[in-house]
Each structure stands twice: as C-alpha cells, then as structure tokens.
Write a protein that binds this ligand. Structure first.
Ligand SMILES: NC(=O)c1ccc[n+]([C@@H]2O[C@H](COP(=O)([O-])OP(=O)(O)OC[C@H]3O[C@@H](n4cnc5c(N)ncnc54)[C@H](OP(=O)(O)O)[C@@H]3O)[C@@H](O)[C@H]2O)c1
Length: 322
C-alpha cells in the first residue's frame, strides 16, 4: 500500500510517499480501507518530535480517518467487514489501509459521509470537550475563541452558539473573518501580535469574557489572561505552537481557573468515545453543526497540506485522499 512516512524528526523534507507492506490484522483489531485521513496540527508536532517519539522512524504519520472495514481479527465483537467506521489517535492514518484496535473505532451512520466523519473526530471531539466539559458554556456566556476560522475554532464556535453563548473570535487575516462569522462568531478581531485584549474587553462591555480558548502559542497568552473576567476560565490547548513558559502562580489574576485541556482525559472509555462521536454525528445530521472542508489533497501531497496549515492560510478541515 502507499503511505506517508516521516524518516526522522524535522521539517516537511522528512515526509516521504512510499510503498509499505499491507498491515496484518491482529487479535482485537480491524483492517480498514481508508477513505479520508484527517490532517491535524498535531501531525506537525509529531513530525517535529513533540509527541510519539517512542515510536521508531520511519513511521507512518496521521492519527485520524474514516473508511470501511475489510476484515476483523479474533475476539472482535460489534465491528464487521463492510461497516463504515471512523477513528482518532490511531498512528498510521496517512495510508491506504490501517490495522486498528476495534475498540478505537466508531460506527459511522448512513447520514454522515466519510469525508465529514474523518473531519470531526479530532477537532469535533476536542471542541465538544472544551465547551461542555472543560468549561460548560451557559446561555449568555461570552467566550473568546482563538484561530476561530481553523479546524477546532469553527466547530468550537458553533458548539458555543448551540449552547447559547456569544463568541468573540480572533483570526490572523481579513480573509478569515467571513468564515468565522459564517460559523456564528458575533465579533471577529484580526490580530497576529497579541494585541486583541483592548478590543475584546470593549466588546465584552468592559467586564471580560467568561472563558478564553487559546491554542495559539506564546504570543497570545498574556492577552488571553487580560480578556478574562473575574473568576473566568482559561482553556489552554496548544502544545504544538508552544506554551508561555514557566508561570508564577502569584502573578496570575486572582481566582481564575487555568488548565491544559485534552479531550481524552474526559472522553476516556470506548463507551464515552462512541457516545460523544454519536452526538457530533447527530448534530451534523440535524444541520446544527456544519463541517467546512478547507482543502483536500492526494496522499502524495501530504507535505503540501502541512505547508498550507503552517502558512496560516487554511480554514476548516484539511483531508488527505489515499
Ligand atoms: N489539546 C488538545 O486536545 C488539542 C486537540 C486538537 C488540536 N489542538 C491544538 O489546537 C490548535 C488548532 O489545531 P487544528 O488541528 O484545529 O488546526 P487549525 O485550527 O486548522 O490550524 C491551526 C490554526 O492555528 C493558527 N496558526 C497556524 N500557524 C500558526 C503560527 N505559526 N502561529 C500562530 N498561529 C498559527 C491559525 O489560525 P490564525 O492564523 O487565524 O491565528 C490556524 O487556523 C493547534 O494548536 C493544535 O495543536 C489541541
């Protein structure tokens, strides 16, 4: 089969489109023909050596996708050949086929196409976790969403609006403003320098926002603290773009809540994983949640997808077509 491997830690030159032996399905696993693989910022982090360093190189990149089950191994129940499935956090997804633990798969309902399913596993579950577990948005809350036209940002904005919240988004260019507004953002600030707090405070009637969602690196951290209201919540989530460095807890605004969010700490069992995925699919089927595909690339063009994502020009979800 064809696959995209990383030959070592580093830039996009480490990525190579190669021929690999087909995976062999083991006990408890399913062999899946991949229809679409999701591109995530996390994949750039893996390539740069920030995660999954314990797996030797060359290794197949990618952690997310959707496709059809070809075969199942011994002991697999509830997943059968021919079934359409989706997954996330499964290394080896930039490929034509993958052997994957059956309990890591969610069945995809008929109303959801493969393209959509592959688009919402990482970014949709992340957005859902942020707005419902990490900080359960209440009707009337004001939320500040960084990278509001990105994959997580567009879904997060819509879920906040579904819960009755208001959204102030931040994007890096004028071209992204309409995209964030189409997802429901009430206001959108254009900024790349970390100078958004003053305008955000004005938009939040001088009181600050109830929650800020920030995965945008060190540049935004100070401003994100400044836009919080008394007892506000800071949902930090961007390991790839980097953190603020060591924090002196006594220098933080008093009484805020600050944490590093990752959905797998809350959505940590196969049952929860399936239930929360099913909720996303249900929202999509009912037209409450829209998925924006920002780009589709052939598998061989995976390095271009990474380049485009790193260039800050993309919006929505990027997909690879094996
Ligand atoms: N903690 C978790 O569980 C979790 C899960 C999923 C994703 N994430 C994180 O969420 C963030 C978004 O991920 P995604 O996959 O949905 O990607 P994405 O939003 O589609 O793309 C990343 C966004 O980051 C901004 N960006 C890109 N390059 C940048 C740079 N060099 N400096 C500053 N900002 C840059 C861009 O927005 P602007 O140009 O508009 O600023 C872009 O929309 C990433 O930081 C990712 O690591 C975390």
């Amino acid at each position: 089969m064809r696959a995209i491997v990383m030959n070592g830690t580093g830039g996009r030159e480490m990525m190579e489109h190669v021929e690999r032996p087909d995976p062999v399905v083991g006990p408890g696993q399913a062999l899946v023909e991949i229809a679409f693989a999701g591109v995530n910022f996390m994949d750039i982090g893996v390539r740069q050596g920030m995660a999954w360093t314990e797996m030797p190189n060359p290794k197949i990149l990618g952690v997310e996708g959707a496709g059809r089950v070809l075969a199942v191994g011994d002991g697999v129940e509830g997943i059968a050949p021919g079934q359409r499935v989706a997954w996330v956090y499964a290394p080896g997804s930039y490929a034509e086929r993958i052997a994957i633990a059956a309990e890591s798969l969610v069945p995809v309902p008929d109303a959801i196409d493969d393209r959509t399913a592959a688009s919402v596993m990482m970014q949709g579950l992340t957005a859902s976790h942020f707005a419902t577990d990490f900080y359960p948005v209440q009707s009337g809350d004001i939320a500040f969403v960084h990278a509001a036209a990105g994959g997580v940002g567009l879904l997060l904005t819509q879920i906040i609006k579904l819960r009755g919240g208001h959204v102030i988004g931040r994007v890096s260019s004028e071209e992204k403003v309409a995209v964030a507004k189409e997802a429901g953002a009430d206001h959108v600030i254009v900024d790349t320098e970390g100078r958004f707090a003053e305008e955000a405070l004005r938009l939040a009637h001088g009181e600050g926002v109830h929650v800020v969602y920030d995965g945008s690196g060190p540049t935004t951290f100070r401003g994100s603290l400044d836009v919080l209201r008394r007892s506000g919540t800071f949902c930090w989530y961007g390991p790839v773009l980097g953190g603020p460095g060591p924090i002196d807890i006594m220098s933080l605004p008093k009484s805020i809540k600050l944490g590093y969010a990752g959905f797998r700490d809350h959505i940590h069992t196969p049952e929860l994983f399936r239930a929360r995925s099913a909720q996303l699919f249900d929202w999509i089927a009912k037209g409450k949640l829209k998925v924006r595909i920002g780009g589709e690339y052939l598998l061989a063009e995976a390095a271009k997808a990474h380049a485009d994502m790193e260039s800050r020009k993309t919006t929505g979800k990027l997909l690879l077509v094996p």
